[in-house]
Design a binder for this molecule. Structure first.
Ligand code: ARG
Length: 263
């Protein structure tokens, strides 16, 4: 099934503040390389039949390239964002403007919520992370808004500050995740819901392997997560390596750069 993705060109992408453990001024971003890597992602999506649309990047919003954080869209309903970090708050309006021009109403959450960064649409459920950014109050708002059961999951490791750094949906019935990113109770929830999940190592998670995008068959995945790529292939998925190493310096990868518009 072809997917519709919204992305933001990395014109102003940089690391200019530190709001997660990956961000440090000591490792400057190679902006030329970042641009080429990002174009490689868009090319990979298009080569696999997906539609890619872009939102105009704004100066002074160096993290705006991380389109996933702006919203969660399910069945054409747009649940917008309210960022934890004041530096990122203006991004919500920029994306809201794009959605409105595209014909969508946008719900503005009252509590901190970072879109698909913490809300993962997974078939019958929405899996929802909390602990560093998105709040349990926002989980309740999302459940009320979508009418879909929202499963709250507690993140415990600051390197995996967004749910989409620790887990992704392979299709409507299965996921891949790194158990060490979750509290004991949340691990048990995931084991009950997904006994057949792909379990990733810490090494593959630290390589942003779980910040992947799956169309149900192809998995756009960081090539640094070699073990995970093998596991996916063993399960019948087709790993499509896309290297976004420059974006890892900001704590982001493939999924962070991608907003899926589910109609
Ligand atoms: N620097 C950004 C932040 O810390 C990275 C966001 C990554 N996005 C994601 N969906 N995990 O907010």
């Amino acid at each position: 099934m072809p997917r519709r993705y919204l992305v933001c060109e990395p014109d102003h992408f940089d690391v200019r503040y530190a709001i997660n453990p990956w961000m440090s001024q000591d490792a400057p971003v190679d902006t030329g390389l970042a641009r080429r890597q990002w174009e490689g992602l868009v090319r990979a999506y298009r080569e696999h039949g997906h539609t890619v649309e872009t939102v105009r990047p704004e100066p002074d919003l160096p993290d705006m390239v991380f389109a996933a954080n702006a919203a969660l869209v399910v069945e054409g309903r747009v649940f917008g964002s309210y960022f934890h970090a004041p530096q990122r708050r203006p991004e919500s309006v920029a994306y809201e403007t794009w959605f409105k021009a595209a014909g969508y109403d946008v719900y503005r959450p009252e509590s901190v919520c970072e879109g698909e960064g913490d809300l993962v649409a997974a078939g019958r459920f929405i899996l929802a992370g909390t602990g560093f950014r998105t709040t349990p109050e926002a989980h309740r708002e999302a459940q009320e808004f979508f009418g879909v059961p929202v499963i709250g999951l507690q993140l415990v490791d600051p390197y995996f500050y967004h749910l989409d750094t620790a887990l992704f949906a392979l299709d409507d019935t299965n996921i891949a995740y790194y158990p060490g990113a979750f509290s004991a109770g949340s691990r048990e929830v995931l084991e009950r819901l997904y006994p057949l999940a792909v379990i990733a190592t810490r090494e593959d998670a630290m390589a942003f392997g779980l910040n992947s995008v799956s169309d149900g068959r192809h998995v756009f995945v960081a090539p640094q997560a070699a073990g995970l790529m093998d596991q996916l292939a063993d399960r019948g998925y087709v790993p499509v390596p896309v290297d976004l190493s420059e974006f890892h310096k900001a704590g982001g990868g493939i999924k962070c750069c991608t907003q899926e518009i589910r109609s």
